[in-house]
Design a protein around this ligand. Structure first.
Ligand code: NIG
Ligand code: FE
Length: 399
């Protein structure tokens, strides 16, 4: 069950707690003395976590993991005063990343993504949603999907693929967007759908990107193959994207910087997860952050994610996202942790298996070198993660 309203801040902390795992599953959680006998009977290997907290591994429900190189040039131009939209209009931004992906080999994309995955694990993340979107044509989107598939087979973290079918209009389609949408709907989506290469379908619905009507078209094409919508919504301007997300029963509406009161009410009455991505606001140097408090207080399901991508949010550290959620959006540390675990898992339709430490769930957890969960966002910019466990296996052991 996702957590809404006051329940978002209830972590169910067990002091002097222990967790007993068998193979890839959590068997029991409770006080250490209560579990000691059973652990001895099972001859369980024990990990001493005194002075630490043990929490569910972060579920990063919005990333653009597969790209080539970076966008430090865009970054410096923005520092010098250009805006994100101006850079995009000048043919850089997403189009620059698409050019780099088109020139990159699969091997290069794979190697770069693997380096990032090791960092995700080192920061306590155990599950990652991965969007395509830097292909901008059928061949390159398929190349990204093959990379994701190879990562799924070899990486120790879990990857959930999303086809970001409409991210930016390629230059050669500038005057005929419908032709591009036809290409996506009639060629790309069927290939991906038939081979089940993605579970979700996403669009960038915003000023300077795709309209509500265009995104609705893409979702209709995706629904023929069971692809579940999620949506980049109301990031740069208010366009009605949030209402579209509610209308189509999207798994998630992401960013939401420009939602109005009616949108907040609509989200609160729905099961669409409001995924907030404050890393993008931070990196773009914005003063305004998404309205977390009104969303939580209205009863919406709020999640947090990194939006890891080269253009607007080059961080993969969920601990830093917690810090931003607290200091910039006034979420409490407990609310931020639930948003980054159980609610994020819910947005990926995985909350029955991931996102909390409960018997029967997958043994995915992070051991953090702090004594109080509030220290996680408080000591900002650090990496507190001492150990990351995925499916009962240690995937990273730092300090
Ligand atoms: O989530 N908004 C669209 N997509 C990304 C940015 C992509 C890019 O600039 O490369 C985002 O912010
Ligand atoms: Fe994004």
């Amino acid at each position: 069950m996702p957590r809404r309203g006051p329940a978002l801040g209830e972590l169910g902390i067990i002091r002097d707690g222990a967790l007993l795992a068998w193979r890839d599953k959590i068997l029991r959680v409770g006080k250490t003395p209560e579990l000691a006998g059973e652990a001895r009977r099972l001859k369980a290997e024990s990990i001493d976590c005194r002075g630490h907290i043990v929490m569910p591994g972060f579920v990063d429900s919005h990333t653009h993991l597969v790209f080539s190189g970076n966008r430090v040039d865009d970054f410096e131009r923005r520092v010098r005063g250009a805006t994100y939209a101006e850079i995009a209009r000048a043919g850089d931004g997403i189009a620059r990343s698409a050019g780099l992906v088109a020139r990159a080999t699969e091997h290069h994309l794979l190697a770069q993504a693997r380096r990032f995955l090791a960092e995700f694990a080192a920061h306590g993340t155990t599950t990652i949603e991965v969007k395509t979107g830097y292909g901008l044509d059928v061949a390159n989107e398929m190349k990204i999907l093959r990379v994701i598939q190879r990562l799924q087979r070899t990486a120790r973290l879990e990857l959930i693929p999303t086809l970001l079918a409409a991210h930016a209009l390629p230059a050669k389609y500038q005057r005929r967007p419908q032709a591009y949408l036809r290409l996506v709907s009639q060629r790309l989506i069927p290939q991906v759908g038939k081979r089940r290469l993605a579970r979700f379908i996403d669009c960038f619905c915003d000023r300077g990107a795709f309209s509500v009507e265009q995104c609705r078209q893409i979702f209709t094409a995706g629904s023929r193959y069971g692809l579940v919508p999620r949506l980049h919504a109301e990031q740069l301007a208010h366009t009605g994207a949030c209402r579209l997300a509610v209308e189509v029963g999207a798994a998630s509406a992401d960013h939401l910087d420009h939602v109005n009161d009616a949108d907040i009410r609509a989200l609160a009455c729905s099961d669409v997860v409001a995924t907030l991505l404050p890393g993008a606001n931070f990196h773009l140097g914005l003063r305004q952050y998404p309205p977390a408090r009104p969303l939580i207080d209205a009863g919406a399901i709020v999640a947090l994610a990194t939006d890891f991508n080269p253009g607007t949010s080059p961080t993969l550290n969920m601990q830093f996202i917690l810090s931003l959620a607290c200091s910039q959006m006034r979420m409490t540390p407990a609310e931020a942790i639930s948003a980054a675990t159980i609610n994020a898992a819910y947005s990926l339709h995985l909350a029955d298996r991931l996102g909390s430490l409960e018997p029967g769930k997958q043994a995915d957890f992070a051991v953090m070198a702090v004594e109080d969960h509030r220290e996680l966002p408080y000591y900002f910019g650090w990496n507190h993660c001492a150990m990351t466990i995925k499916r009962g296996q240690v995937v990273c052991s730092g300090k």
